[in-house]
Design a protein around this ligand. Structure first.
Ligand SMILES: [Fe+2]
Length: 208
């Protein structure tokens, strides 16, 4: 890994207002330009410090940097997925999955509605800050609902897991619009869920 190669903030694949009314433009702008940017900036900073610590043979400094790398690197990984797994209604946001992913959901959860209910229940119950995931196990080909705390990426729940969908349940993702009513945010985010993205990941990982 080239430790001198900085991460950069990825562009949103749509405008800041494009997910309204489900998610306000004000939230999207702050979330992308301030929060995600901070993870990128702080990861790059920690990476440079790591490079110096390794060069100096400073084991204590290397160990001390691990939590910052995990938190900020995870923040970058998670948000980079999150932007892509949302889409404006005019671009297919909220259109239910068809094809093989749709069949897998029906088979494993009973129905799409049952899956959404399960993810929303997990999201509402998650204490503090974290993420709810629809994950695919690349080896068993099973899909599951997972949660991670803070900015832990999905691979912390299992090295063979990949994200099909993510929902950011940090307060910064909804508070300006939904205040303390996280369940309303969870209900409305499905109107802009990009099932095309989830299906593309599923088909890539389960090609037969
Ligand atoms: Fe976030």
């Amino acid at each position: 890994m080239d430790l001198t190669k900085n991460l950069t903030l990825p562009e949103l694949p749509y405008g800041y207002e494009a997910l309204e009314p489900a998610i306000s433009g004000e939230i999207m702008r702050l979330h992308h330009q301030k929060h995600h940017q901070a993870y990128v900036t702080n990861f790059n900073k920690a990476l440079h410090q790591l490079s110096a610590a390794v060069a100096d043979g400073d084991t204590s400094a290397v160990v001390m940097l691990q939590s910052s790398l995990k938190f900020n690197g995870g923040g970058h990984i998670n948000h980079s997925i999150f932007w892509k797994n949302l889409a404006p209604v005019s671009e297919g946001g909220g259109v239910p999955p068809k094809g093989r992913l749709g069949s897998a959901i029906d088979e494993q959860f009973g129905s799409l509605e049952a899956l959404i209910q399960k993810m929303n229940t997990h999201g509402a119950a998650l204490q503090g800050s974290g993420w709810v995931w629809l994950a695919l196990d690349k080896e068993s080909k099973r899909i599951s609902v997972e949660t991670t705390a803070n900015q832990d990426p999905i691979v912390t729940k299992g090295p063979t897991l990949v994200a099909l969908l993510s929902i950011d349940v940090w307060e910064h993702a909804y508070y300006l619009q939904y205040k303390n009513v996280r369940p309303d945010y969870l209900k409305n985010i499905w109107n802009v869920m990009n099932w095309n993205y989830a299906s593309a990941v599923y088909d890539k990982e389960c090609p037969n």
